[in-house]
Design a binder for this molecule. Structure first.
Ligand code: C2O
Length: 545
């Protein structure tokens, strides 16, 4: 195993998109940022120098961080932000996982432009557990673009109490494609040779939108999701939620020519949004065609297509790094989550005296800003006053979770109290969580991401979860393994994981707009009985609050 070392300089630079020059914050002057390539078992060392005007942190999305919670990255959770003109070195081993992950800023919404791919290949001598591709393509990263400074937009949105605006464009590898005004010259192109089979790694690094993805006239075979191998699954359409990755094989088996590769939003909430897709072009070697073959995308609220993709994939049981489903459950939780409201006297948002808000089990999470320590430092030092340990295992009462015509008792739930609460777990306990969407204010598919752990997705469905009806449908044999589950709109998902990593691990909606509203919680996993299962001391350069 090797030590792979990178230097990231986070800084401001000017780029032009949609004929609009804009100062953005990015790593090493590139959008997306650098791709990191490692092999399973390597140690990754990334020296981050912050030359931007913001406090910044980097999160390695989906990396287990076993005993290295100090390198996980969420601001105020595992570390305080790296202040301008300072640096911090992230150092961790990458063991027990292979495939495609990514890294992104985890401080305010800077991940809009601070993101890149993290590719974990098998160790020398090990091969992929699927047909060997002839070639690997550069990673495909979806993003979103706003014609204004995203941090300014976030601050203004929070002050007004309203919703984060839809992007001016979606992007593929930072480029909008030719369908927006003044974007004709910024189209991502990918060349392939006829007859070859390719491994393509797809990452949804957009802030707020799930995206369908198709390549005209080509099928994909999914072989991994969220850096966990799957049984091969063939489809002409992929869907990803922010946070998700999908690895696919595809064969350039069409006539020599060029083909659009298009990403369009999956959007179920009834509000105006940007429905113009981003597209790139797949160009065959020796193609002379000037007009690429077009592709028909699913309509934007095509929940059937999204649900089919999300539920048809199964895990590659007995493949490399497969973890069997824990068959006993030590901690069983039922977590409702969704949008609500909070009081706000001077908000200018449409509902008088209110702002948008969000909660999990009726607790609206606030980061411990200004409390002197990150949550992980408080955990390590046994300090009280940063967070409390009373995150509830269940919502305050049972109600009809997915009926938007909420009754009186439920109405009070729309105003969830603000808190910084964790659920404490014993080391190595097995945890089952029913994730239940609510309709207190709007129904939407929320991608729930957990740091520090992969989980098995045992079942997913619509409406209210019903243990008697739904438990018999659990897949305990070869369920998909993920780090982010897109919980069906007006529905639920059941996950299991083993809390084998001491520290503080946040679980949150990966729609960035819902984070400042409080759609978040955290697990506190206690140290194990030995030094090998105890969180070590923080690195000396850990930024101070
Ligand atoms: Cu990819 Cu907490 O995030």
């Amino acid at each position: 195993a090797a030590v792979v070392e990178h230097s990231f300089e986070v800084g401001n630079f000017t780029v032009e998109r949609l004929c609009n020059p804009l100062v953005i914050t990015a790593v090493n002057g590139s959008l997306p940022g650098p791709t990191i390539n490692v092999q399973e078992g390597d140690t990754l060392v990334v020296h981050v120098l912050n030359s931007s005007p913001y406090n910044i942190t980097i999160h390695w999305h989906g990396i287990f961080q076993f005993l290295t919670a100090w390198a996980d990255g969420p601001e105020f959770v595992t570390q305080c932000g790296i202040p301008p003109a300072s640096s911090y070195t992230y150092r961790f081993n990458i063991t027990g996982q292979e495939g495609t992950l990514w890294w992104h800023a985890h401080s305010v919404n800077l991940r809009a432009t601070v993101y890149g791919a993290l590719i974990i290949r098998p160790q020398n001598g090990n091969s992929y557990p699927f047909t060997q591709p002839d070639e690997e393509l550069p990673p495909i990263l979806f993003g979103e673009w706003w014609n204004r400074n995203v941090v300014d937009i976030e601050n203004e949105t929070y002050e007004s109490g309203g919703a984060f605006p839809e992007p001016d464009a979606y992007t593929i590898n930072g480029l909008p494609g030719d369908l927006y005004s003044c974007s004709q010259n910024q189209t991502f192109q990918l060349s392939v040779s006829q007859g070859k089979t390719y491994l393509m790694r797809i990452i949804n690094s957009a802030l707020n939108n799930q995206l369908f993805f198709k390549i005209a006239n080509h099928n994909f075979t999914v072989v991994a999701i969220d850096a966990a191998y799957t049984n091969p699954y063939t489809t002409d359409v992929i869907i990803t939620a922010p946070g998700h990755t999908v690895d696919v094989l595809f064969t350039a088996n069409q006539p020599v020519g060029s083909y659009y590769m298009t990403a369009s939003p999956y959007h179920t909430i009834s509000q105006t949004f940007n429905n113009v897709p981003t597209r790139g072009i797949l160009v065959y070697e020796n193609s002379t065609s000037a007009s690429p073959v077009d592709v028909t995308m699913p309509i934007n609220n095509d929940t059937d297509t999204a649900h089919r993709f999300y539920t048809n994939i199964t895990g590659l049981a007995d493949g490399p790094h497969w973890v069997p489903v824990p068959l006993t459950v030590d901690e069983s939780m039922f977590i409702t989550f969704g949008l609500g409201l909070a009081a706000c006297l001077d908000c200018t948002f449409a509902i008088p005296g209110m702002r948008l808000s969000a909660s999990m089990n009726n607790e609206s999470f606030v980061l411990p800003r200004g409390r002197g320590l990150s949550m992980l430092e408080a955990f390590y030092q046994n300090e009280t006053g940063v967070y409390t340990k009373d995150f509830p295992d269940n919502p305050p009462f049972e109600f009809d979770y997915t009926n938007p015509n909420v009754s009186n008792g439920v109405q009070t739930l729309s105003f969830a109290p603000k808190s910084t609460k964790v659920k404490t777990l014993k080391f190595n306990s097995t945890v089952q969580v029913v994730l239940q969407n609510t309709a207190i204010l709007g129904v939407e598919n929320h991608p729930i991401h957990i740091h520090g752990f992969n989980f098995h997705v045992l079942a997913q469905g619509f409406g209210n979860y019903n243990a008697t009806r739904d438990e018999p449908t659990f897949n305990l044999v070869n369920p998909q393994i993920r780090n982010t589950v897109a919980v069906p709109v007006g529905g639920w998902a059941v996950i299991r994981f083993i809390a084998n990593n001491p520290g503080i691990w946040t679980a949150h909606c990966h729609l960035e707009a819902h984070l400042p509203w409080g759609l978040s919680m955290a697990f506190e996993v206690e140290n194990g009985p030995t030094p090998e299962t105890t969180l070590p001391a923080p690195p000396a350069d850990l930024p101070k609050c």
